[in-house]
Design a protein around this ligand. Structure first.
Ligand SMILES: NC(=O)c1ccc[n+]([C@@H]2O[C@H](COP(=O)([O-])OP(=O)(O)OC[C@H]3O[C@@H](n4cnc5c(N)ncnc54)[C@H](OP(=O)(O)O)[C@@H]3O)[C@@H](O)[C@H]2O)c1
Length: 305
């Protein structure tokens, strides 16, 4: 099968398409023919070893010393079950599934095997493969941090989302809306149109205005791009206000988050925000685009038709 191999840490041209062995499912695994994956901020961070100082050592220890130990990057997939192991009961051949592999990576490839009990479920019934794959990464991260902020317990909370146009931010806006929050979004002038389309009226353009100097106060501040500190936001908290940032700890992915994303998509409460779609052969261009840090929502990579 064809797969994108990350040959070493570096610029996007370290990525090469190579022929590798097609995996065979073990007894509890399914073999998925991947139709689409996405190029996410996490992938380009790993490829470029793009972390500061001491974190570089930690990342080399976790991901691989001189190059990624798992050379096929990519963490999200949507596709069709092609074969199943002899103990698989949750899925059958032909099922359309979507999921997240996390630190196991491996989705920039024509096929992947995943355990039937891992972070994989049936795709939203009304989603295309591109839509399904685009809601996973930002969606799971947004749910994780907003749940940490206990959004479900705060009725009609006032929520500030900083970096609302990224993959995490655009999902966070929609998850917060699902919880009936009153949302204010911080984005650039370029991102304004997208945020309006997501139904948010209170928009602060960070290239025009310093949002930390406004008079409104918030119950939850979620920095979805990790550009602020809690201290910088100290004047815009309500009493008992909570601050969460993608820079403070790692999100863990659960099957419940994936189920919620499926449910919200099926109900029309969650849209897939897709900025661009690239073909597998265009992987280097896709990584260059995501490296810019300017993408709006998600970048999809088509693997199979
Ligand atoms: N902790 C975790 O577990 C976890 C999980 C997932 C992601 N992350 C991290 O979360 C961050 C966001 O991830 P992502 O996938 O959403 O990234 P992304 O999609 O690449 O985010 C890019 C977006 O951020 C906007 N942006 C850039 N600078 C900004 C600023 N100063 N203020 C407001 N918006 C700004 C950009 O629009 P403009 O340029 O137009 O402003 C663009 O729309 C990344 O650093 C990623 O590594 C952490």
């Amino acid at each position: 099968m064809r797969a994108v191999i990350c040959t070493k840490y570096g610029l996007p041209d370290v990525l090469q398409i190579q022929e590798v062995e097609k995996p065979t499912p073990k007894e509890n695994e399914i073999l998925v023919k991947i139709i689409a994956t996405a190029v996410n901020s996490g992938d380009v961070r790993v490829r470029g070893l793009a972390v500061e100082g001491f974190m570089k050592i930690i990342m080399r220890l976790v991901v691989g010393i001189s190059k990624p130990r798992k050379p096929i990057l990519g963490t999200v997939f949507s596709g069709v079950v092609e074969t199943v192991g002899n103990k698989v009961s949750k899925f059958k051949v032909g099922d359309k599934v979507f999921g997240m592999t996390g630190f196991k990576f491996g989705t920039y490839a024509e096929y992947i095997t995943v355990n039937q009990n891992s972070n994989v479920i049936e795709m939203p019934k009304n989603a295309t493969f591109e839509e399904a794959v685009a809601i996973i990464f930002g969606g799971q991260t947004a749910i994780y941090f907003l749940e940490k902020a206990k959004i479900a317990e705060k009725v009609n909370s006032k929520v500030l989302i900083i970096g609302a146009t990224g993959s995490v931010g655009a999902a966070a806006v929609q998850i917060a809306k699902h919880h009936q929050a009153e949302i204010t979004a911080v984005c650039s002038s370029e991102g304004r149109k997208l945020i309006s389309e997501l139904g948010v009226n209170n928009i602060i353009l960070y290239d025009k205005e310093d949002f930390t100097k406004q008079t409104d106060k918030f119950d939850i501040i979620f920095d979805a791009v990790g550009k602020t500190t809690k201290k910088e936001c100290r004047n815009i908290f309500n009493e008992n206000g909570v601050y969460k940032s993608v820079s403070s700890g790692y999100a863990s992915e659960t099957i419940q988050q994936l189920q919620l994303l499926k449910e919200l998509f099926e109900k029309g409460e969650l849209n897939a925000v897709i900025d661009k779609t690239f073909q597998m052969d265009e992987i280097i261009d896709a990584h260059r685009y995501v490296d810019s840090g300017r993408k709006k929502g998600n970048v999809v990579l088509k693997i199979n038709e």
